[in-house]
Design a protein around this ligand. Sequence first.
Ligand SMILES: NC(=O)c1ccc[n+]([C@@H]2O[C@H](COP(=O)([O-])OP(=O)(O)OC[C@H]3O[C@@H](n4cnc5c(N)ncnc54)[C@H](O)[C@@H]3O)[C@@H](O)[C@H]2O)c1
Length: 394
Amino acid sequence: MEVKKIAVLGAGAMGHGIAQVAAMAGFDVHLRDIKEEFIQAGIDKIKWSLDKLTQKGRISQEDANAALGRIKSFVPLADAVKDVDFVIEAIPEKLDLKRETFKEVDANVPEHAILASNTSALPISEIAAATARPERVVGMHFFNPPQIMRLVEVVKGDKTSDEVAKATAELAQKFGKDPVMVNKDVPGFIANRCSVAGSNLVYWMVYNGEYTVEEVDAAMIHKAGMPMGMFGLLDYTGIDIVYHVLKFMEEREPGFKACPLIEEKFKNGELGVKTGKGFYTYPDKKWVPLDLPFEKAEKFDPMIPVYVGANMAAELLRNDVATKEDIDKAMRLGFNMPMGYLELADSLGIDVVVSKLKEISAKYGPFYKPSPLLEEMVQRGELGQKTKKGFYSY
Ligand SMILES: NC(=O)c1ccc[n+]([C@@H]2O[C@H](COP(=O)([O-])OP(=O)(O)OC[C@H]3O[C@@H](n4cnc5c(N)ncnc54)[C@H](O)[C@@H]3O)[C@@H](O)[C@H]2O)c1
């Protein structure tokens, strides 16, 4: 199936970026939002971004004009989708709204079209069930900002056909992206799932008084080389965004029990940089680099979120959700990590990861118990780099 025309639903943070990426790759784009002014705001952002790219000499003025010329704006949904080959939905993260929209799209879009959702955490299968073509509905999860981030998670719902998943991955490649295949619709897919599990545990540790926010961040900055620290990054991203992701995950899988520390900040409106206060204060509502002394870094082991993330990654592999290469690629590209969690587990030692997870699960519950796959690897003596075999061979 050849894709020529694409509808992008929603011209917000993600939608305008996806529309730009598609137009720059030569596709005709129908950008749809519920009000003309919202589309105009999206197009203004696209123009700004194209101007930056031409100023930096990355694309010619001619190519920028051509890309912009390929984007048409639409308010009526039926008109936006009636003659397209592919739909990418990037509307707010509300299941009912997405289901209603998919139902209406299904009734108006050509039979051959593929319907993709950019949802971060909602079940693709439930969105697909609102249509009469669940085998042609797929997740196409871009990372923010879509113009820059190379990762796209292609997510299969219960009924998504292999052909549709393959065509979606091929389209992502034509956009210049690097897709990974998520074979099962698990909460958080790969990158967010592994990362959120580790971060949420650290929030709980702080909530329980084991460490302070500063001790965690000092260790993340001075010992792990994470420029903003963990709580600094939360303030920068927006505590509301993390709160919603955690809540969605918890609804689908109770083990992701959202830490009250995040809920308290969210309910007090202390959302981070944008409100001037989160875990730190920002008098000008602008990011200020954290200045934390090295002494504070002593107590916290910055590998704690890695042990948990690696455990999640091992479970994804054991349950055939994705290949080891795709799991590691998702972490590298989605979070700019130098190595994926399975590669990291190999370098730390699988036995070390298992014994740390045993300590953590004794305190924080069975959600953190070592994956049977990790336990089997220890029994087989496949401990990672030190034995020349772990998830990979050395
Ligand atoms: N922001 C991120 O970092 C990020 C990353 C990956 C995925 N996502 C997902 O992408 C989706 C969109 O997120 P966002 O951050 O761009 O949200 P946003 O609020 O910035 O944009 C959503 C846009 O959709 C419009 N809209 C509402 N109802 C609509 C409808 N029925 N049809 C068309 N447009 C409609 C809104 O007017 C708004 O312009 C969500 O599912 C989110 O979970 C977000």
